[in-house]
Write a protein that binds this ligand. Sequence first.
Ligand code: PEP
Ligand code: MG
Length: 543
Amino acid sequence: MKAIKGKSVYTGTAIGKIHVYSKEQQQVKRVKVENTASEIERYNQACEVAKEQLGKLYDKACQEVGEDSAAIFEIHQMMLEDLDYKDSVENIISTQEVNAEYAVAETGDNFAQMFAAMDDEYMQARSADIKDISERLIGVLSGNNSGKLNTDEPTIIVADDLAPSETVQMDKDKVLAFVTRHGSVNSHTAILARTMGIPALVACGDELTFEGLEGKKGIVEGASGTFIVEPDEAVLFEKTNQRELELKQKELLQTLKGKENVTIDGRKIMLYANIGNIKDLGSVLQNDAGGIGLFRSEFIYLEKNDFPTEEEQFNIYKTVVETMAGKRVIIRTLDIGADKKCDYFNMPAEENPAMGRRAIRICLTQPEIFKTQLRALFRASLYGKLAIMYPMITSVNEVLRIKEIVEEVKSELTQQEIPFGKPEQGIMIETPAAVMVAQDLAKLVDFFSIGTNDLTQYTLAIDRQNESLDSFYDPHHPAVLRMIKMVVDASHEAGIWTGICGELGADTALTRTFLEMGVDELSVSPKAILPIRKIVVETNLSK
Ligand code: PEP
Ligand code: MG
């Protein structure tokens, strides 16, 4: 028996045969060709096939993991059209008179190195994407279909690393778990595994060797981040029981549908869902969300090549509130900037984008963009219980300025005889400054929602995008927890409510703490709702 530690991406236990997934078949040979024009043509055809494959992968990912996670495959399609990449491949074929596979491999290596050496972390991460599309192209050119799993029975997949395209391409029924030597917990592959609900460990390091692993029995224990090879009888017995218990708990969760979120001693909490897209609505209803606590409206902007019109936005917001049939839908206004970049905004490059022009700062400096969204939101609020939420607030003045713009929008709509409703308006508390002036802010708005992702980032001074700082990013830090309590107290003093819509809201180790603090709402990914409800109904705060 051997136990190897890795970083856990998704909890849960998996037991089964190990399958080593290797990409060795993709070794590329340099072959001289005479007809370079037909080789270039072969390359162009391969690009078309690859784009088609990516289109299918996008559709599959949309269905299985939602549009946000699937977007990576659209990015890959765009990368295939990149002219620098294409020019480089064609140039290598024609000047060196070599085969397309070799030219793609060379270009892929060169570009991946170039991206990896860039200062910007977002660009560095593109290095993995370049490798992924290059391997896909080589696979098409050489007739090898990488990412196809050739096993009949479900297995634990062990690999050096997995690209997002390989992960999503695998048949979910054939994959018990993923274990990789490299990879980060924030990578797209990790996000996909989490969304697919598959136990996964990444970054197991060099202790994970592949020799002799194929076909052996393995156990992946997500909770402790352990991969056990050839478990002894006692461990196998213990983990099999654990796995059965987990399955029973999963079934039990289904019985919680339709139940109230109330503790044994009567404390109620609202459990809402976070969404980024209309396509997430199915999962919201399936998991019995009481409403939508965070609709990240910036995804509407990110999916387009130009500003979405008032009408386009109105139709989306109207559909969401109508679908939620009277349940509260909190739509966050545009939170573009930092890691969410949109070319057509033409934003100048910044030294420190997480602290730069983002969210409400863009809306207040470019009010014409803000007003279009506000008009759509106010109009759509006639069709259900719509609430508007403003992100990245740091001061009372910002809220006062928002209010002035809102008044302008309302009077313009009135003048134009366009009907609109009376949405609730709240703000996100995601900067330490907002926490410190929460008492003043609470007098101006209808509710607070704490964005713990950014609040942790700004409180602990840790770039949330920087995976090398994972071990320092501690959302359980007492500074963050005390801030949450301060915000809840400030809101209650002013007679308004406070929710949490950052990832911390889904941390079941803190559900009791949040209930004790008096948090009024938790907005989490749809799949996290029922596990939290289970804890709520089993909690007795008087004990
Ligand atoms: C947050 O910061 O916690 C939050 C919910 O917003 P986002 O993750 O979209 O920045
Ligand atoms: Mg945020």
